[in-house]
Design a protein around this ligand. Structure first.
Ligand code: TXA
Ligand code: MG
Length: 323
């Protein structure tokens, strides 16, 4: 059996991780949102390996991770909105889509043919440490095969990608547990392309009104390729906003358990906290995605704060089985 690519986060592991990135390899590492599958963002071959490992449609561009706004400015055309948001929310779970600089040196594949680039400064100390040791931009989509829910532990990464990463840096469970908010700052009006931990209300407080482009209007091409409805899906069908699980179904409650007939009952947050729910969502979907159940039934989650991002992921996971 091949040795496991998982290693605990320590000096040696992080030094090795930076070396692997420099030689064009793939390193999965924790961020505060989810685990990323990292590669040198300037190396076409390394980026091509990321797409291959994820089995990702190559039209779906990757987020490039940087230590801070100064580093972002070398890659994208930073504007006033980006400066204001970075001062408040970076490092943190917020990605900006900006016009890509002609002299960015980024692999064209990172942007999948678009003339824009998504940039994020992650808050996780291990991600920051890796960025410092590597000394360059790290492209990192979530470290899962395309269409699966994002990994929030090193074991999830292994489950999903096997030994495709040369190294999986184990930094424990991710605090936020959902992917970053993606906001498009290229136009006159900022637009949310993906909901996440930084909420629409928080963005509007800084920027004034913000468009919600997270669900493309019918007949319109998505502004963000990752918006396609089918995404983040377990293999079992999902019933959402439901409190009536049957005896063959797994139930995910929010707050008080309920759902007494279910084969198994879990709760996103026994105390009814949406932040805790976000942090537990993907791990619970993975845990319950087993053939002995016929479906996963999820109780309603309040549409407030990060609850909107939780509901967004749940709707997409449910839509994956509609046709
Ligand atoms: O929290 C996160 O953002 C995680 C961690 C690892 O940082 N990364 C992540 O990356 O979720 P990924 O590749 O799974 O999702 C990137 C999203 C996709 O929906 C993609 O379509 C969108 O960002 N995106 C990337 N570049 C874009 C661009 N230039 N224009 C519009 N959307 C873009
Ligand atoms: Mg992803």
């Amino acid at each position: 059996m091949a040795p496991s690519p998982i290693d605990p986060a320590n000096e040696d592991t992080l030094t090795r991780a930076a070396d692997i990135l420099r030689s064009g390899g793939l390193v999965a590492f924790p961020t505060e949102t989810v685990y990323g599958l990292g590669a040198d963002a300037r190396n076409d071959k390394a980026i091509a390996r990321v797409f291959a490992a994820k089995d990702r449609p190559s039209f779906n561009p990757l987020i490039v991770h940087v230590p801070d706004l100064a580093a972002a400015g070398a890659l994208g055309e930073v504007n006033d909105h980006a400066v204001a948001l970075a001062e408040r929310y970076w490092p943190g779970p917020l990605s900006f889509v900006l016009p890509r600089r002609a002299d960015s040196g980024l692999s064209l594949l990172v942007s999948a043919g678009l003339d824009t680039v998504a940039l994020r400064a992650p808050a996780h100390p291990l991600a920051q440490d890796l960025l410092t040791r590597f000394g360059g931009p790290i492209a990192a989509p979530s470290a899962n095969r395309a269409g699966e829910v994002s990994p929030t532990t090193a074991a999830h990464v292994l489950e999903s990608l096997g030994d495709a990463p040369d190294l999986i840096v184990d930094g424990g469970a991710c605090m936020v547990g959902l992917e970053s908010t993606v906001v498009d700052l290229c136009g006159d009006r900022p637009a949310i392309l993906r909901h996440g931990a930084v909420t629409r209300e928080q963005l509007e407080r800084m920027l004034g009104s913000v468009d919600d482009a997270s669900v493309p209007e019918s007949g319109q091409a998505p502004r963000s390729p990752g918006q396609i409805a089918k995404h983040y899906a377990p293999s079992l069908p999902l019933r959402i906003n439901a409190t009536d699980p049957g005896p063959d179904e797994a139930f995910i409650a929010f707050g008080e358990p309920g759902g007494k007939n279910a084969a198994v009952i879990r709760s996103l947050s026994p105390s009814g906290n949406v932040i805790e729910a976000a942090a537990r969502l993907f791990a619970l979907l993975r845990e319950l995605d087993r053939p002995e159940f016929t479906a996963i039934v999820v109780a309603p989650v309040p549409e407030t704060g990060i609850g909107r991002a939780v509901n967004d992921r749940l709707r997409r996971a449910a839509a994956a089985h509609e046709d």
